[in-house]
Structure formats: structure tokens, C-alpha cells
Design a protein around this ligand. Structure first.
Ligand SMILES: Cc1cc2nc3c(=O)[nH]c(=O)nc-3n(C[C@H](O)[C@H](O)[C@H](O)COP(=O)(O)OP(=O)(O)OC[C@H]3O[C@@H](n4cnc5c(N)ncnc54)[C@H](O)[C@@H]3O)c2cc1C
Length: 604
């Protein structure tokens, strides 16, 4: 029988990023006994890396902004396959969530008359991102932690959940281990909120932190929850590409929001060459108009560099493929050029983009106030995730909730920058509220000792195989190569089918992974355990990608390059089948109410 420590809560929140902390605060405020577990130390969750800001239609910088425009922008960015009810709730509730964060102590940048300052970002019609320089995620985490810690919740840091425990259909807790000592922990809970973030570590080039090994997606899937939109993986157009050690690190969209432009090796601003039809009327057709937009001229239209991420990433790829790329396989992002337009440009850039200035200076020895940056696409965000009820965030498994990047629905085929941080606040709050309600209405349920013992036994198997087993780091590296090359920014049926064969072989090898050493801070062991989640979800991504035979948002196919109206009415849902395989269903998207349709028409 496994040895473990037992903890008991009404609501267990898995993840201490923006979504998890906001859920925990809300559940606690509703009177629930709340426990929060996180793989990393408190304050280190991936949310801390967010730079540009959180989108909320407060209209502080442009009074024409309101929830209707934000809703229409989100729907258009998502290419209309997202959950319209979530987009409506998000657009309506985001301003209140941002003001609440301010009331809890977040120190935002200010307009001249003292309101929260908002900046431009891709796909948003008006300046909409509340921000703190380019360190918004840090301020968000700091505020939520400072506020949350006084609500009386308990934290188990550096603790990884391996399995959700079930009593019949419903979830009744989770089982995992602490990274420091390798001891097992059993957590009983009436409701569980997953807020585990994304899947980036299955790709070679990614902006994501080490924590993003698809854990929440896999925990939910293995517990019987449906996953939705898993074909939609976002490649951010601007990641660092040189030197190799920093490849993938994000260069915030805020650079383009402040006037940065994209150029090829010939110095040409290539984004004017390809403006999609549905954005033509709202996009500048000359550099001067684009510049005026970034400086707040309300009569100007946005520059093409601020088109949606999927489109900008593909334009960069085209330049590189056609031989017009930079020396290290990307293109140039130039903010230094603004010295032609404003006095004290270097000081202005350092003030607006302090992290970017230091990032390039320290990591690449580039002074961005004087020379262009070399950038290229980097895997950035997972639009797909756990299918949830738009009002409550509960999955199809009773007692299991999901919020933040590990949940699906709001972003559809493509997330707009800034819509994630506000997503965490809006739907984190709702998940916490409804998880607490569920916990009040249900008893604790029964823990199945066999489930616990089986999980503990499997977790320790890599030690039994020792040095004779496969190296888990090699398997992860090979998975990253497969996903990058075969299920990446541009896809084909043949390539995705090849990827599925390779993933199946890697699964076999992962089941024979072995490690040496002991259970204390053993990164080989942690990687061996993470691998199962990465491989399960990599398979789901490739299957969903092969199923959607069209190009839309983050999912672009060379063999089906056209957006197809038939697919515009469908989501792809993937469940775990009885035999352990994948059950794929095409789910019709519910019809949008006439009044929301009207909002979209008004804002075309
Ligand atoms: C560099 C960068 C900049 C970004 N900038 C912006 C921006 O300006 N605006 C914006 O809207 N979005 C931005 N994003 C996206 C945004 O930061 C993320 O989508 C968001 O922070 C995800 O928050 P989350 O709460 O869902 O998860 P996270 O903040 O990632 O938290 C996940 C938590 O789950 C824990 N966890 C994971 N697995 C387990 C497990 N098995 N057991 C226990 N705990 C687990 C982790 O330890 C962590 O505490 C950016 C992303 C990056 C990479």
C-alpha cells in the first residue's frame, strides 16, 4: 500500500497562476475551505511572464470602446468557432475584474488624468490593454497573491498532481507528489478546479515555461472530460531567434503596439503585401496612417503589423521561405526607427518597453533603441482545452471545473493578445464561485484506495527500470522535434499521420523510461512523469488537426488552404474512448442569438 500524506478541502485548485489564484479567492470568499497546489513556487507560475496587458473595454483612452466592440473583435479573431456566450460574458465582465484588481492593489500605468492606461494590441479595434509597462503578469500575480494569502487558503507549493480521483462519475480529489522530497500526497476535495495552463513543452520552439506539460488537459481527459478545439495552437509571430540558447523567448506584441514595424532582409515592410479581406476596412494602407494609429490618432486605422497573430506569423514564414529572411531564419522587428518621428526616442522606448530593452541587451547584446531585433514565430498559446459550461466552468465530469489556458471556449481558432489575462480573471472567478457552490451542495465522496495504489505504483516504475530504461529527456526532445516539424505552424494530412505514428512509438518507449537517483528533486523522474501527459495530448492535437480539413486561425493546412463554411459551424470534441483510444466527434456550434449577431454586424 502506498504511503502518503492526506489533506482535506472543500475546493482544490490545481495551479497558482492568474486563473487558479482568482478561483481560489472567489471560492474562499464563498466560505469554502480552499487548497491550492502548484508545480512551481508561489509567484513563479507562467502568468508572471505575461507582458503586454489585459484586455478590457473600459474606454479610458478611446471612449468609443465598449463591450460590444470587444465582443465583436474577439469573435472575429476567433474566426467564429469560439463559444459566443463566453465571449459575451468576457467582454461584459472584464472591466469590473480589472477595476477589482486595481482595488486590491495593482499599480497600473496611468493616463494623464489618472485613469488606467490602455494600449493597442493586435486584433483589438481600440487601445484596450490595461498594463504595467511590459510586466503586467508580474503585477497581476503579485496582487492576487497578496490579496489571496489573507483569505485563509492553504498552499502546497512544488507539488505535482498526477491523477484525479473519482467516486463513480464525479471527481473527489487528486493524488500527486511533492518535488522537493518526492513524498506522495492525497488530497480529498468536494470540487476540483484545474488551472494548469498550456502545452508548450511539446514543441521545440516555444515561449512557454517549463511547467507547460499539458498536465491539466491530460488529468481531465483521463478522468473522462471532453477536450475541445485541440487543433488550434497559437504561434506568436515574434519570438527571439538568436542566439540559439534564447530561441522562442517572447517579444511582446507591445513592441508593435508602440510603433515597431516588421521588415525583410531588403528593408521592405512586407505586411502591407497581404491584408485579409475581413480586416481591409480597418487596416491602414500606408505607413504614415499606421504610425498615427499607434500614437493615438483616432481617425487612423491600425497598421498591418497589428493584424491577428496567426496571419502575421504566416506572413513571416512566407518571407523566410521565399528567401527574404534575416541571417538566422527570421525577419526584423524595428522599433528604433521611431527616432525619425519623436524626440528622445531611446528614452521613450526604454520607458514603454523596459523588459524588452533588457531582454535583448542582456541575452543578445542588441540595443533595441538603436538597431532592429531578429525575430520569428514561437509556439505560444493553446486555444483548445477542457470543454466547460460557459456560465459555471464545470466540465462534463461532475465536480471538475477548469479555467484559464487549460479550458477551451473563449478563443476559438485564434486568441487575441491580452484576452488571456482578462480570461483568467473573468472565468477564474466564475470557476471558484461555482466550485464552492458545488462543494456546498455535495458531500465529500469516497476515495478508492485501488486508484491511489495504482497511481503510486506506476509513478515509481521509472526507478525500477533504472539506468536500463530509456532516457526520458531524449524522448521529450524527440517529441518536440516531431510536433515542431509535423504538427506546427503549417500542416498537411500526411505529416500529421506521420506524427501520429511517431507519437505511438514514443509512447511505447516512454513506458520503458528509466531513471537513477532518489526521489528528492529528481528532474529525470519529473520528466518521466510529465512525458505521459505530453504524449497523450500531443496525440489529441494531431488527431484534431487531421480531422479539421480546412485552414482557420492557428490551424493552417497546406493541403486545405481555404477556410470552409462547413467547418465554420463545427467544433471538434475528443473524449477518451472505452478502449483507451480517442473518440472524435464533430459538434455543431449552437446558433448565436439575433442580438449578438447584430452586434457583430454593427462592428464590421
Ligand atoms: C511570455 C509570455 C507573455 C504573455 N503575455 C500575455 C499578455 O500580455 N496578455 C495576455 O493576455 N496573455 C499573455 N500571455 C499568455 C498568458 O500569460 C497565459 O495564457 C496565462 O498566464 C495562463 O494562466 P493560467 O492561470 O491559465 O496558467 P499559469 O499561469 O501557467 O499557471 C499554471 C499553474 O498550474 C500549475 N500546474 C501545472 N500543472 C500542474 C500539476 N500537474 N500539478 C499541480 N500544479 C500544476 C503550475 O505550477 C502553475 O502554478 C503570455 C504568455 C507568455 C508565455
Amino acid at each position: 500500500m502506498a504511503e502518503y500524506q492526506t489533506h482535506e478541502f472543500d475546493v482544490l485548485v490545481v495551479g497558482a497562476g492568474g486563473a487558479g489564484l482568482r478561483a481560489a479567492i472567489e471560492a474562499s470568499a464563498a466560505g469554502a475551505k480552499v487548497g491550492v497546489v502548484s508545480k512551481s513556487l508561489l509567484g513563479k507560475a507562467h502568468t508572471v511572464m505575461a507582458e503586454g496587458g489585459m484586455a478590457a473595454a473600459m474606454g479610458n483612452v478611446d471612449e468609443r470602446d465598449n463591450w460590444r466592440v470587444h465582443f465583436a473583435d474577439t469573435m472575429r479573431g476567433a474566426q467564429y468557432v469560439n463559444n459566443w456566450r463566453m465571449a459575451e460574458i468576457h467582454a461584459k465582465e472584464a472591466p469590473a475584474r480589472v477595476r477589482e484588481l486595481e482595488a486590491w492593489g495593482a499599480v497600473f500605468d496611468r493616463t494623464r488624468d489618472g485613469r488606467i492606461l490602455q494600449r493597442n494590441f493586435g486584433g483589438h479595434r481600440y487601445p484596450r490593454l490595461a498594463h504595467v509597462g511590459d510586466r503586467t503578469g508580474l503585477e497581476m500575480i503579485r496582487t492576487l497573491q497578496d490579496y489571496g494569502i489573507h483569505q485563509g487558503m492553504e498552499f502546497l507549493m512544488e507539488t505535482t498532481m498526477l491523477k484525479l480521483l473519482k467516486d463513480g462519475d464525479r471527481v473527489v480529489g487528486a493524488f500527486g507528489y511533492d518535488r522537493e522530497r518526492g513524498r506522495f500526497h492525497l488530497i480529498r476535495a468536494k470540487a476540483v478546479v484545474l488551472a494548469t495552463g498550456g502545452i508548450g513543452r511539446m514543441y521545440q520552439i516555444t515561449s512557454n515555461s517549463w511547467e507547460y506539460t499539458a498536465d491539466g488537459h491530460a488529468l481531465a481527459f483521463n478522468a473522462g472530460a471532453a477536450l475541445l478545439d485541440m487543433e488550434f495552437v497559437q504561434f506568436h509571430p515574434t519570438g527571439m531567434i538568436w542566439p540559439p540558447s534564447v530561441r522562442g523567448i517572447l517579444v511582446t506584441e507591445g513592441v508593435r503596439g508602440e510603433g515597431g514595424v516588421l521588415k525583410n532582409k531588403d528593408g521592405k515592410r512586407f505586411m502591407f503585401d497581404d491584408i485579409p479581406e475581413n480586416y481591409r476596412s480597418s487596416t491602414a494602407d500606408n505607413p504614415d496612417e499606421g504610425w498615427r494609429y499607434t500614437q493615438g490618432d483616432k481617425t487612423a486605422r491600425r497598421p498591418p503589423e497589428l493584424l491577428t497573430r496567426d496571419h502575421v506569423a504566416r506572413c513571416i514564414r512566407r518571407e523566410v521561405k521565399q528567401g527574404r529572411g534575416s541571417p538566422h531564419g527570421g525577419v526584423f522587428l524595428d522599433i528604433a526607427w521611431i527616432k525619425e518621428r519623436i524626440p528622445n526616442a531611446p528614452e521613450h522606448i526604454k520607458k514603454k518597453l523596459p523588459s524588452m530593452y533588457h531582454q535583448f541587451k542582456q541575452l543578445a547584446d542588441i540595443d533595441i533603441t538603436a538597431e532592429p531585433m531578429e525575430i520569428g514565430p514561437t509556439m505560444h498559446y493553446m486555444m483548445g482545452g477542457v470543454m466547460v459550461n460557459p456560465e459555471t466552468q464545470m466540465s462534463n465530469v461532475p465536480g471538475l471545473f477548469a479555467a484559464g489556458e487549460c479550458a477551451a471556449g473563449l478563443h476559438g481558432a485564434n486568441r487575441l493578445g491580452g484576452n488571456s489575462l482578462s480570461d483568467l480573471l473573468v472565468f477564474g472567478k466564475r470557476a471558484g464561485e461555482f466550485a464552492a457552490k458545488y462543494a456546498k451542495e455535495n458531500n465529500a465522496g469516497t476515495i478508492n484506495a485501488a486508484q491511489v495504489d495504482e497511481t503510486a505504483r506506476k509513478a515509481l516504475e521509472p526507478f525500477d527500470r533504472g539506468a536500463n530504461g530509456e532516457n526520458p529527456f531524449t524522448i521529450q526532445y524527440e517529441l518536440q522535434t516531431t510536433m515542431q516539424n509535423l504538427v506546427g505552424i503549417v500542416r498537411t494530412q500526411d505529416e500529421m499521420e506521420k506524427a501520429l505514428v511517431e507519437i505511438a512509438a514514443l509512447k511505447q518507449r516512454a513506458s520503458k523510461a528509466g531513471i537513477t537517483g532518489n526521489r528528492e528533486y529528481n528532474t529525470g523522474w519529473h520528466t518521466a512523469l510529465d512525458l505521459a501527459n505530453l504524449l497523450t495530448i500531443a496525440q489529441v492535437v494531431a488527431v484534431a488537426g487531421a480531422e479539421r480539413k480546412e485552414s482557420r486561425g492557428g490551424h493552417f493546412r497546406d493541403d486545405y488552404p481555404i477556410k470552409d463554411a462547413k467547418w465554420g459551424g463545427l467544433n471538434i470534441r475528443i473524449d477518451k474512448a472505452q478502449d483507451g483510444g480517442l473518440k472524435v466527434t464533430q459538434v455543431p456550434i449552437p446558433e448565436m442569438p439575433a442580438e449578438l449577431n447584430q452586434v457583430i454586424e454593427e462592428n464590421k
